[in-house]
Write a protein that binds this ligand. Structure first.
Ligand SMILES: *Cc1c(COP(=O)(O)O)cnc(C)c1O
Length: 386
């Protein structure tokens, strides 16, 4: 109990007295109110209006990725990425077991099967070495299609997740995807503002998805975006997410079974305002991560997760690793008793009943990270004013 107590004492010293203290809270100011009022005054709150175009342009300017297509949420963005990657019923898609369920659900909703791969400790993302060894063992290329020899099913895509905002090892993972003819998709829902070297997360994949849900680093209320550097993919993404309607001044003609996934203009206005605050928010979040690092250095057997080498992480959620699940649960219970709302990692997807039968490799690192991980309050304002 003294171990739990010293962590909790440290947290109490570092954090404000506000209770309940949530994991990640949104923050709005004058710009948000001004742009939303402007949007309301214009009357264009829904599927038409200038803020969607502006939000998409701002996202491409910020990330350096040439095309952005705004969507209603991150899950819809991922769903569209999978459709554009050619994922079909009966296919398999590789993705980490240590992620939010929103990464896997669109795979299953397409009638395809999520196939879980292990994480590594430095990035929390897919372990390239494990993945390469595993694919060598279980797959073969037939007519340039990667086939799982155990199930006979095509493996169509590799979805990489930048977990808690930390960039995965993209050069290695992109090379594996190419070698095995897998379409590379990045779930960058948590990693807006995270860079590996000079490249923003989402720039390695053929397609990538962002989320602007209320708990992400910036929010549009609900929202997401598809990112790609392929102009043809971008055109198809826009078409498919806007009911596949042919451009025409009055006729409603649709050349595919499309989706109504377009971000409403009102949400886009909020997104534009939030994006203006992203740089200062990133500074605050780095400062918070530094404060945590310093505060926890003197506690033995405790590890605070730092950004991977050569990366600049947005530190979306700060992570502590405790010695084991028992210590983790003690800390969670003690913190919740005083309304500091710490969280464990998501229960890994292979341990969720809905995905218990999905194919997978051994997942020792995923299971260890889940057993040991506790996410700390990470709202940007906890880092102090810029
Ligand atoms: C938030 C999140 C999503 C889903 O985004 P929504 O906008 O909530 O649909 C998908 N994947 C990961 C890793 C996420 O954190």
């Amino acid at each position: 109990m003294t171990f739990t107590k010293s962590i909790l004492d440290t947290l109490r010293d570092l954090l404000p007295e506000q209770r309940p203290l949530g994991l990640h809270e949104p923050e709005f100011g004058k710009t948000e109110k001004a742009l939303i009022t402007d949007c309301l005054d214009s009357g264009w709150v829904s599927t038409v209006g200038g803020y969607v175009d502006r939000f998409e342009q701002d996202l491409t300017d910020y990330t350096g990725i040439p095309h952005a297509i705004a969507t209603v949420n991150g899950t819809a963005a991922l769903h569209t990425c999978l459709v554009l990657a050619g994922v079909q019923p009966g296919d398999e898609v590789l993705l980490p077991a240590l992620t939010f369920v929103g990464s896997a659900n669109p795979v299953a909703q397409l009638g395809a099967t999520p196939h879980f791969v292990d994480a590594e400790t430095e990035t929390l993302g897919v372990d390239p070495q494990c993945l390469a060894d595993y694919l060598k063992e279980i797959t073969e290329l037939r007519n340039d299609i990667c086939v799982n020899r155990r199930t006979g099913r095509p493996i169509r895509a590799l979805m990489v997740v930048h977990v808690l905002g930390h960039p995965a090892r993209m050069d290695e993972l992109a090379a594996i995807a190419e070698r095995y003819r897998l379409t590379l998709i990045e779930d960058a829902a948590e990693s807006l503002g995270s860079w590996r070297g000079k490249r923003h997360t989402g720039s390695w994949g053929r397609l990538a998805a962002l989320s602007f849900n209320g708990n992400k680093i910036i929010t549009s209320g609900g929202g997401g975006a598809i990112l790609t550097s392929d102009p043809d993919m971008a055109r198809r993404a826009k078409h498919l997410t806007t009911t596949a309607k042919r451009p025409h001044p009055w006729a409603f003609e649709h050349d595919a079974v499309g989706y109504n996934y377009r971000l409403p203009n009102l949400n886009a206005a909020l997104g534009c305002a939030q994006l203006e605050h992203l740089p200062e928010r990133l500074t605050q979040k780095r400062r918070l991560a530094e404060r945590y690092t310093t505060a926890f250095t003197d506690i033995k057997n405790l590890h605070f997760q730092l950004e991977p080498k050569d990366c600049r992480s947005n530190y979306w959620l700060n992570l502590l690793l405790l010695p084991d699940a028992e210590q983790r649960d003690q800390l969670l219970a003690a913190a919740h008793a005083e309304d500091i709302r710490l969280r464990p990692f998501w229960t890994p997807l292979h341990q969720q009943p809905i995905y218990a039968d999905a194919p997978r490799m051994d997942l020792p690192c995923t299971e260890t990270l889940f057993a040991r991980g506790v996410c700390l309050p990470s709202s940007a304002n906890l880092g102090g004013k810029v």
